[in-house]
Write a protein that binds this ligand. Structure first.
Ligand SMILES: CC(C)(COP(=O)(O)OP(=O)(O)OC[C@H]1O[C@@H](n2cnc3c(N)ncnc32)[C@H](O)[C@@H]1OP(=O)(O)O)[C@@H](O)C(=O)NCCC(=O)NCCS
Length: 192
């Protein structure tokens, strides 16, 4: 399947298509999904973020929104902030999120970006990030896991990345610390 960079108007239409699929199919995370997808207009029209989709824009298999930082972080280079990724409920588990991330990473590496940061909004999102080897460094104020990783293995470097340091991290979280956050019955992952 092809990937496409979308205009803000196309992004909002793609988000509406995925939100109605979430409402129709009711995966456990459907409330999270519809809420996030309803913000795509804000992210793209107002914040200047960029949306990408896998498959035809009017029938997306997956949609992602990223915000490429304008200025490099001293010593760490230019960051790509992955704000959102959603796969159509019927296409889940078939590699769509991986394929869309791969295509975006290739594109932004070519543009000189070096690192990616993102947040796990759901358990499935955390699984995607963990399978890619993107370490979680800390919890944000919403108690979501925050990941920060090089865009490719050859760009890895020692030390604590700046956003992780700002959250008080001195090392990546261990697997058991991450599971404790995921299994916290009062935390954001309790619903899924
Ligand atoms: C999270 C989501 C985007 C994953 O999309 P997907 O297209 O099904 O993911 P993929 O098939 O590309 O899977 C990528 C990897 O993550 C793993 N993975 C994906 N979903 C998983 C799940 N629910 N449980 C465990 N592992 C999972 C896959 O096994 C795969 O691993 P591999 O590459 O080593 O084989 C999708 O479930 C979704 O849209 N969920 C609702 C919105 C959401 O949670 N977004 C993420 C917020 S951070």
């Amino acid at each position: 399947m092809d990937t496409h960079q979308l205009t803000p108007t196309e992004a909002v239409a793609a988000a509406r298509t995925l939100a109605s699929a979430a409402r129709a199919n009711r995966p456990t995370t459907w409330r999270y999904e519809t809420r996030e997808l309803s913000s795509v207009g804000l992210y793209t029209h107002r914040w200047g973020a960029t949306a990408w989709c896998l498959g035809p824009p009017d029938e997306p298999a997956a949609l992602a929104v990223v915000s490429p930082a304008k200025r490099p972080r001293p010593g760490w280079g230019r960051y790509l902030n992955r704000i959102l990724i959603v796969t159509h409920p019927h296409a889940r588990g078939t590699g769509c999120a991986r394929a869309l991330d791969d295509a975006m990473i290739r594109y932004y590496l070519d543009c000189g970006y070096t690192r990616l940061k993102t947040t796990s909004g759901t358990r499935a999102g955390w699984a995607v990030h963990t399978r890619r080897g993107w370490p979680a460094w800390a919890l944000n104020k919403h108690r979501q896991l925050v990941h920060d990783a090089p865009l490719s293995a050859d760009l890895a470097r020692p030390g604590v990345p700046p956003t992780a340091a700002a959250l008080g991290a001195t090392r990546p979280m261990t697997e058991s610390e991450q599971h404790a956050a995921l299994d916290d019955p009062t935390g954001p992952y309790a619903r899924d």
